[in-house]
Design a protein around this ligand. Structure first.
Ligand code: ADP
Length: 582
């Protein structure tokens, strides 16, 4: 399954491993032969030391050659494993990049992180270690068995019994351990989630004295993981001594049987042959048992790797629900139109938006207002296709958004999210964010920062535009982040601006100057503003009032004050009747 991600050169390396491992097995199986001849030589009446030195030298040479081959195989296996894991990480990363919010929500961020780190390490480890065992065990098993088959049947029987006992012991242990190993991955997700939540919510945790509460949660997740790990590993702890016991038992059995056989032999010559046979046989028998142990180990390593591989492939094989359309050469003007749009979040039952229709022509400012949860963010999220409408059509420049190549569509839009997001880097890199071609000039960055009313605080900084921005923008205030986030959109010089409640972190004065500057400097662009404050949107060309996912009024501020009760209620909650001119 995961093997299909291997390339030709890695397959070639695997083939080389097979050949080298066969050579290694051959060399190792030669050693007992020399040992046998040395034994025969020693017990013979006229011992020739030259033969012993010669054979001993060959034994050392075989062992050394096998060591060299083993190192080469180790390097090859490590190379194959790291190439594979790098490819998987690449594939997973680019797939996750193409995911829409729907898929992100489905997998959850913490699971996606474990899947692209921990699970891939698991595969890498299994490939590096497993490759050697997987190739070696079957070759060794077959070859060593062939070497002992024509020998004494009593010894062969003893070896067969040992193999059966070992397979039984390991199988029983594995039946117990494997399900636990499988659970470990899921529990790792869990620990990851709790840790993330704890770290990103640290202020809330501190403010509510919830350290011990968080600790309990983290401890619960930790204990569950530890217990599962312990019980799985306890089983393994039993396994190794059990295997050693059987192997030593087998040696003992072979010598015991050998002693009886030698005792029963009549001629001294026969006794000698039996003795040397016994020494050789016990080495081969160990190899046979070892190779069966390795075979069973494969079944131990594989299930964990299979879980990891399944989890990785789930990500790689998930088709993003939002994909490029055929493409369009619609002229860039900046009009946005909703035609009878309804929307339901994936996996939920009720529609969040019902039959929404409005238009924003080139250069117009259209604002959305309504109570929290009424669906304003959802409306603007449909324009850059964070989600697709369930029913109806969203059109940009007269063309359905689903027709566009995503890059083309999104390059027409300057989107400022509700919660400003900063990347680690500098103020400059955050403002020119996404400009991979390097075509954005320094002046453009400065202009954008000036329009977004951020120039004052940026220039007051020691390093100005090159000032450091920490991960997540933690060294900036909410309002500063928000203004830089607006500058980022302005810097792209798009045809359509979407401000999703982007002014709420600003004080009233900055809010007003910012809007005035925007109106003057980006007058050709179409602007969609989601807002809470009537003051922010009063002068919009059109205001769309949304209530419970439905449009309950469209018009200018004055028109809506007269015709729309919902709007009037919102306005009255923020201004007195005199201020509203009622
Ligand atoms: P607003 O921006 O007006 O405050 P939203 O558009 O954010 O409202 O939310 C509208 C409704 O959609 C809310 O009832 C909210 O619970 C629901 N909602 C928002 N995001 C999701 C989501 N990812 N999955 C399911 N429901 C959601």
């Amino acid at each position: 399954m995961i093997l299909k991600y291997l390339k030709a050169r890695e397959w070639a390396a695997i083939a080389a491993c097979v050949v080298l491992i066969a050579l290694m097995v051959y060399l190792e199986l030669e050693i007992p032969g020399y040992m046998s001849s040395i034994t025969t030589e020693i017990v013979s009446p006229d011992t020739d030391m030259d033969v012993i030195y010669g054979d001993g030298g060959m034994m050392i040479a075989c062992a050394f050659a096998s060591l060299v081959v083993s190192i080469i195989v180790g390097c090859l296996a490590a190379w194959i494993a790291t190439s594979l894991s790098m490819r998987l990480r690449d594939l997973e990363y680019s797939r996750v990049q193409s995911f829409s919010l729907e898929e992100m929500n489905r997998f959850s961020t913490s699971s996606l992180i474990t899947r692209s780190t921990n699970d891939i390490s698991q595969i890498q480890m299994t490939t590096a270690m497993g490759l050697m065992i997987m190739i070696r065990a079957p070759i060794m098993a077959v070859w060593a068995i062939m070497k002992i088959l024509d020998k004494n049947w009593e010894w062969t029987m003893a070896t067969a019994v040992a193999v059966v006992v070992i397979i039984t012991i390991i199988s029983v242990i594995m039946l117990y351990a494997i399900p636990r190993f499988k659970r470990i991955q899921g529990l790792t997700d869990n620990v990851n989630r709790v840790t993330r939540e704890n770290l990103s919510g640290i202020r809330v945790v501190r403010a509510y004295n919830a350290e011990s509460y968080q600790e309990e949660k983290s401890e619960a997740a930790n204990i569950e993981l530890t217990d599962t790990n312990l019980s799985a590993n306890r089983a393994l702890a039993v396994m190794f001594p059990a295997m050693m016991l059987v192997m030593n038992g087998l040696s003992l059995a072979i010598y015991w049987i050998g002693a009886l056989l030698i005792d029963a032999a009549a001629l001294p010559g026969d006794k000698m042959v039996l003795f040397s046979d016994m020494v050789v046989f016990s080495s081969y028998a160990m190899q046979v048992v070892m190779s069966f142990i390795m075979l069973v180990m494969i079944f131990m390593i594989l299930p964990r790797a299979m879980v990891a591989s399944k989890r990785i492939q789930e990500v790689i094989n998930t088709e993003p629900s939002i994909r490029d359309g055929p493409g369009t050469d619609a002229p860039r003007q900046g009009s946005v139109e909703f035609r009878n749009v309804s929307f339901r979040y994936p996996g939920t039952s009720g529609d969040v938006l019902h039959d929404i229709s409005f238009t924003a022509s080139k250069g117009e400012t259209v604002a959305f207002i309504g109570s929290t949860g009424s669906g304003k963010t959802t409306v603007v999220d449909l324009i850059p296709r964070f989600y697709d409408a369930t029913d109806g059509q969203v059109l940009v420049d007269g063309v359905d958004v689903r027709e566009y190549k995503l890059n083309d569509l999104r390059s027409r839009i300057g989107y400022v999210p509700q919660k400003a997001f900063m990347f680690k880097g500098t103020i400059d890199s955050n403002v020119r964010y996404g400009d991979t071609s390097g075509s954005v000039t320094e002046d453009q960055v400065r202009r954008a920062v000036r329009i977004a009313q951020a120039a004052e605080f940026v220039e007051a900084k020691e390093d100005g535009y090159m000032s450091e921005v920490a991960q997540g923008g933690s060294n900036l205030s909410g309002g500063q982040k928000q203004r830089l986030s607006i500058a980022r959109a302005v810097c792209r010089d798009p045809e359509i601006y979407i401000f999703d409640d982007s002014f709420s972190a600003l004080d009233y004065r900055t809010d007003r100057t910012l809007r005035e500057t925007l109106r003057n400097e980006i007058s050709g662009a179409t602007t969609l503003i989601v807002a809470q404050r009537i003051g922010t949107i009063m002068d919009a060309d059109r205001i769309v009032v949304i209530d419970d996912g439905e449009v309950v009024g469209i018009g200018t501020h004055e028109e809506l004050l007269r015709s729309c009760q919902v709007y009037l209620d919102i306005a009255r909650s923020q201004f007195s009747d005199e201020e509203l001119g009622l």
